[in-house]
Design a protein around this ligand. Sequence first.
Ligand SMILES: [Zn+2]
Length: 332
Amino acid sequence: MKPNLQSSNLLVPSESALTQAGKVALTFLEDTGLAERNQAVQVFRHMAQIAAERGHELSNIEFETVALKAIVAANAVKGASAWMSPLWKQLEDRQESWGPGLRATAIHMGYRFTPKLRKLHGSPAKYQLTAEPVEMDPGDLHPTPTPDGGIRYTPAAVAAPGAVISAGLRGGVVRHTLPLVASTSAFLSVAILLLLFSAWWMVVTGLHTNSPLSTAHVSYAAMWCVASWTVWGLFKFMSQLADLGIVMAPEFLVPFKEDHVTLELQPKDGDRKGAFAFVRYTATCPQCQGRVLLHDGGEEFKDRIVGRCGNSPREHVFSFDQKLHIGHSMRG
Ligand SMILES: [Zn+2]
């Protein structure tokens, strides 16, 4: 970085674009609990920190790989470029999936800029953090206030299943919903037909043979029950998603470590194509400052998704509004 500083205590009339972008990044990382996650996030966080502190006197934050490595991973054995290259790849993917969350954070803070990371190819390569203006919709100028004693959720998309095979899925948003819906429906229909046919076959052969009930019969029946249960679960999940637009993603659909993830059906909107998005919402508990994550409402809050605080999951419970991203306390 080329600091080009005179004094870090300069007074400025209003916060510069870069300062805003830096503060938005820091707040977003803090709210989503991503701040300490890994070295890629630490690179972003470090650049955001400097943007927040010195944004009033710089037009962008610029680092060479060697300098970043010295700050974030001084003891790493790898050379600077070998160390940075996988981290940069991660950051590029994350940048896309963090977009809506960064935007929501900026609007909530009353800011007009979000951070944007760029790589300038050359020798040596340089990494830049710049400020990008937020495109405002009319509704953004008067965001719904956080309710008294309630919370505001910050969204962050997570990698969709299959992200390892297809780079397009790493942003957590699966576009072109129609082929996916069609193939899933076709798969479900075939599965249901197969189950009906096998049930019919079991009944018919059962009636024809007079042999006593054997272990094989029992295991066939058990296998049939497990298959039916799975197909029923998938069917219920698909119809809930279609009806309500959001469900807690079933565990088989998300990487193990990305828990508490919702699967949303984002409708077609003007030029924007419909999409499935895997999103993790987080909020800070107003009662104890713990982290609130989403859960299925279970028996008590049937057909609802609720936010539960990690410190007191049974008592610090909040509603979840999928449109406004706010929640009220559900314990009076
Ligand atoms: Zn709490």
